[in-house]
Design a protein around this ligand. Sequence first.
Ligand SMILES: [Zn+2]
Length: 278
Amino acid sequence: MNCEETTKLMDGYLDGELDPITSQRIEQHLRECPRCDQAYATHGSLIRAIGNATPYYKAPLELRERIQSSLRKEMAEQPNGSGSIPVEARPLIAKEQAESRSILFGTSWNWLALAAAIVFAAVIVWNVLPRLQRPGNDQFLATQLIASHVRSLMANHLTDVASSDQHTVKPWLDAKLDFAPAVVDLSPKGFPLIGGRLDYLDNRAVAALIYQRRKHFINLFVWPAAPDEKRTPEIITHQGYQLLHWIESDLNYWAVSDINEKELQEFKQLFEEQSVPH
Ligand SMILES: [Zn+2]
């Protein structure tokens, strides 16, 4: 495990999402590398600080009772108006009302402070944590893609049609989908095609092409792109996986793997060279 790998896997490690062997390798690296250990400590304390700053507490019972009794008082007084109250009692009631208002006022300031703390914490989370940890469609989709990739490896359901022959895989997928994904074998380039699979992502049936790189697998998910989707390829690292997204011929491509970014980029380039007609 080197510094680069450790940095990449740090988030997953801090979130306890890595397998025991990888965690152990990271721990070993942290023992040997003061720089990464320092980064780990900083990152960890940041996560704890955000966790502590994000308020999850219930209002104390006493506060709740005070608010409720104040509201009850206000409501009880309103329908009568102050006309029926003897003159000598008015200052007292006015004082009580002022008090209950100040309780409410003070309370709302507490809540404002709380809201400010939440906004502050949200700003920190937004700016400091990696892009993918932000809530949003990308995160949701990335989580789905990774889940699907991991499931395909775990459940012994990597392929529906196991073949290294693109002329077998392509017709099989074409028959089951309302679009025709490009299928190419990249064996000579070190990324042999293993087969194809149907999957369900982003609320639709999608094609999954499975490629191998040494002992690693790449799931290449393909489905039609929405007309307004952004065209720039992007690489995302999430939970120790690399996700590479690009759009070609109005199809969305998402390559998901635990191989490194450089190899995944190489895979994309080879796939495009072979699949795009020249
Ligand atoms: Zn290091």
